[in-house]
Write a protein that binds this ligand. Structure first.
Ligand code: TYC
Length: 135
């Protein structure tokens, strides 16, 4: 424990330390922000979030599914008008496969399920699958 004399000396030291101007400037991180008229420099940071991987739903040709059923399925499940659906169907018929639409992973998988279930119910062997684009 400091005696009364030591206590006073300490109090004096603290008071003079606190009231005297500092002899050395504070480090830069303790300096107040510069007055620059309100201008703010924003640094562009590299984008952290990538866009989600997209999936294309591909329909395959076969020798048995009627053209009319394929046109119906493309209209019904991929939201195409009759003319576009017919063009896609003919491309599949001629090339062996064709893209019916591009979706997020879950939506693409759901489209495939809907097409396959509807085709099986109607007794057709139509095949379709989803695959990531730009692998
Ligand atoms: N090739 C079939 C036919 O001649 C038609 C067809 C087209 C089937 C596209 C499947 O994904 C398909 N009846």
């Amino acid at each position: 424990m400091p005696c009364a004399k030591q206590g006073n000396a300490l109090r004096h030291k603290i008071t003079t330390m606190a009231t005297r101007l500092p002899t050395v400037p504070p480090p830069p991180e303790l300096m107040p922000p510069e007055r620059d008229g309100g201008a703010t420099l924003l640094e562009r940071r590299p984008q952290k979030t990538k866009p989600p991987q997209m999936y294309q739903v591909v329909m395959l040709n076969d020798d048995y599914t009627p053209m009319e059923f394929v046109v119906f399925a493309i209209q019904e499940f991929f939201g195409k008008d009759r003319e576009t659906a017919t063009q896609i169907m003919l491309k599949i018929h001629l090339d062996g496969k064709g893209v019916c639409g591009v979706y997020s992973k879950d939506v693409a998988a759901s489209k495939v399920d809907q097409v396959l279930q509807t085709a099986r119910q109607a007794g057709h062997p139509l095949q379709c699958l989803s695959e990531p684009i730009e692998p």
